[in-house]
Design a protein around this ligand. Sequence first.
Ligand SMILES: NC(=O)c1ccc[n+]([C@@H]2O[C@H](COP(=O)([O-])OP(=O)(O)OC[C@H]3O[C@@H](n4cnc5c(N)ncnc54)[C@H](OP(=O)(O)O)[C@@H]3O)[C@@H](O)[C@H]2O)c1
Length: 329
Amino acid sequence: MNRQWLYAKQPQGKIAPDTFQWTETAIPAPREGEALVRTRMLSLDPANRAWMMGKTYRDALEPGQVMSGFAIGEVVESKSGGLKAGDIVEGDWGWQDYAAMPARRLTKRTIKAPFELLIGPLSITGLTAYFGLLNIGQPKPGDTVLVSAAAGAVGTMAGQIAKLAGCRVIGTAGGQDKCDWLVRDLGFDAAVDYKAGGVYRALKAVCPNGIDVYFDNTGGPVLDAALSLMNLRGRIVCCGNVSQYDVEKPAPGPVAVPGLVVTKRLRLEGFVVMDFFDQRAEAEAKLARWVEEGKIKAIVDIVDGLDKAPQALIGLFEGRNKGKMAIRI
Ligand SMILES: NC(=O)c1ccc[n+]([C@@H]2O[C@H](COP(=O)([O-])OP(=O)(O)OC[C@H]3O[C@@H](n4cnc5c(N)ncnc54)[C@H](OP(=O)(O)O)[C@@H]3O)[C@@H](O)[C@H]2O)c1
């Protein structure tokens, strides 16, 4: 049988177990041009929640559909010339054991690495950190780089890449334990617990020379504080807005933005990782080398069992993860 989680209904406020519905159905047969894939790991992403609220860079989720999500798996049977049984592929086939997918919507993975790395650090997560920081943030040695949600999937990678670029790196994260871990285990120069309050004062204290690059994963109060601390010609990498995804109504934007952007000549630039996929092979090879040489620690937070997916996604918004949260099937 094919076990699946359906997206049941739009949450009012926070996601809850009843946002999803468990079902079991027959394993589909691939048609011409398709491949049957068996899921090995599911990526849990803050964006899963954002897709419930409306159109983003993709269509909004519709109640009744299989819950969408990025996954990695192996081809069991192929009716497409480009794929064969045993190939490792990634794609968005959602929260289920099996899917018959058009081959053009699958990406064959050729890097030899465990699924734990292929689901995040050597895929979307690592690439998001890499392209966002290097292509948009353009850090220079000696710059002060601030990363929010720094203990998460993208944040742990972005912070470590910024260290490799010769920067002074500050993170924000929820709780003192995560902050201590960032400094002790991942080489951050300082970390601020945004949940402790007084985030502007705390950031000012650890960024005495201001901030040159802010890698923004959260929006919200950390963005407000960072804006006031940005240096002349600073760059804000608008990667995500996790503080506003799991809420009934997103907060209004910071009123001070236009004035600060003008006087400080700031550049705020949003991106979606796919924008840079023409550079994917080179970036992945570099990330793989850094991980292999121990220059970057690939942090993955694995939850076992498809049945645990809803609770794990709820946990992501409570900050239960360190590094990339993924479901192993
Ligand atoms: N632009 C792109 O192409 C792209 C691609 C992938 C991801 N993203 C974005 O990157 C960001 C990070 O994603 P990720 O996959 O790496 O997730 P993640 O950081 O591993 O997980 C989310 C983290 O967000 C933090 N968080 C939850 N609620 C928060 C709140 N109200 N305020 C501040 N922090 C909160 C939690 O950590 P704490 O304990 O610190 O609260 C949690 O661990 C997200 O905004 C995501 O949408 C963008």
